[in-house]
Design a protein around this ligand. Structure first.
Ligand code: PMP
Length: 407
């Protein structure tokens, strides 16, 4: 290794508390195998396979041509904030004031800043499992303690009021609620949210970070309900986080937002002013067009996701040892694989956990999925059906064949 100097890099302690996002690690493994020339049916991807709607792209191009290429206000352009307020009014019937809106480089960044603005060392954040991979590490990176709250299949992996009550302690700062959920696809009904609200009323220090990034990708016929709308008296304690990535196929534009207590929003803006100053002006123009323009893209794509969901549910249900949980929203399917644990591969290895199952499916079937342990619940794996029906059905067939080869 001559010629390469030893690194003088000395990581901060907080870096030791976190890991790179496992979904990104899975994507890297898939890229490696593809580079080796293997054909991989990739069901790991957490982003729509659709292209950004044309009118949105046009709005971005027009913004560039009009010279909207400078810094914007930290909390976004007035046009974007107005579009966000309109979207929240349309989906949830909630009227937010301008001072209650903040924007960032993706919902992910907004969540991170919200935690950074509120969590002190040792503060606890309740994270129902299965959870989106990033929540616990975002809490840890901000020196908080994620408290993982178990859910059960009987409750369709949703937090119950009893489990919430039992998990709240003197240091609890936040509850993170994610509906529709990644990876479960579970959607909390208005009644379920009202029952959680009843518990929260007894614990005035606990706020709720309501991650609603998939709210419009809902198969129930209406956007997933928001706690902020169901319990208006708690509205100032609920930070609604959303973005354009999923609903409008705009993951690469990096634009997310949040709505909540003006004091919290102001604190997030202060941090934003010292981190990115503002999200890309061009992405803001695009997002404003997505949120305030025609909504036919959502009306067109949700039935496509629903068709794929039905195909995936039917396909995986028919495989002995696998049990999918029918999702009511988002574009993920959690498949319980307890029935495969303990089975043996034809080269004599025993599948001990969902990591083994995932590696087996990748090697033997050429199908990439993500193991449940990444989401804090085992044994299962997550597939994404944000991919074409052909790939999905080919993957189901390949998994069926690989499972049939187990002993
Ligand atoms: N929340 C959840 C539950 C997600 O799955 C994602 C994307 N994977 C995000 C937030 C963040 O999305 P973005 O940063 O692209 O807005």
């Amino acid at each position: 290794m001559s010629g390469i100097p030893a690194s003088a890099f000395s990581p901060a302690a907080r870096l030791g508390r976190i890991q790179p996002s496992p979904s990104t690690a899975a994507a890297a493994r898939v890229r490696e195998l593809k580079a080796e020339g293997r054909r991989i049916l990739d069901l790991t991807v957490g982003e729509p396979d659709f292209d950004t709607p044309e009118h949105v792209k046009e709005a971005a191009i027009a913004a560039i041509r009009a010279g909207e290429t400078k810094y914007t206000p930290v909390n976004g352009t007035p046009a974007l904030r107005e579009a966000i307020r309109g979207s929240l009014r349309r989906t949830h019937g909630i009227e937010y004031s301008d001072a209650e809106i903040t924007v960032g480089g993706g919902g992910k960044q907004v969540i991170f800043l919200a935690l950074m603005a509120t969590v002190d060392a040792g503060d606890e954040v309740l994270v129902p499992a299965p959870y989106w991979v990033s929540y616990p590490d975002m809490v840890r990176a901000n020196e908080g303690e994620p408290v993982i709250v178990a859910t059960s299949a009987e409750n369709r992996y949703k937090l119950t009021p009893e489990a919430l009550e039992a998990a709240i302690g003197p240091r609890t700062t936040w509850l993170i609620l994610n509906s529709p959920g990644n990876p479960s696809g579970a959607v909390y009904s208005e009644d379920e949210l009202a029952a959680l609200a009843a518990v929260l009323r007894r614990h005035p220090r606990v706020s709720v970070l309501s991650d609603e990034i998939y709210s419009e990708i809902s198969f129930t016929g209406a956007p997933a309900p928001s706690l902020a709308a169901v319990a208006p008296d708690l509205r100032h304690r609920v930070l609604v986080v959303s973005g354009v990535s999923k609903s409008y196929a705009m993951t690469g534009w990096r634009l997310g937002y949040a709505a909540g207590d003006p004091a919290l929003v102001k604190a997030i803006n202060t941090l934003q002013s010292q981190t990115s100053s503002c999200p890309s002006s061009i992405s803001q123009a695009a997002a404003a067009a997505a949120l305030s323009g025609p909504q036919d893209f959502i009306a067109r794509t949700v039935p496509v996701y629903a068709e794929r969901r039905d195909a995936a549910v039917a396909g995986f249900s028919a495989i002995d040892g696998l049990e999918p949980l029918i999702p009511d929203g988002a574009f993920y399917l959690s498949v319980d694989c307890a029935g495969l644990i303990g089975r043996r591969t034809d080269d004599g290895r025993t599948l001990a956990d969902d990591q083994d199952v995932t590696l087996y499916l990748l090697d033997r079937a050429g199908v990439a999925v993500i193991q449940g342990s990444a989401y804090g619940r085992s044994p299962f794996f997550r597939i994404s059906f944000a991919t074409d029906l052909g790939t999905l059905t080919a993957a189901v067939d390949a998994v069926a064949e690989a499972v049939a080869a187990l002993r």
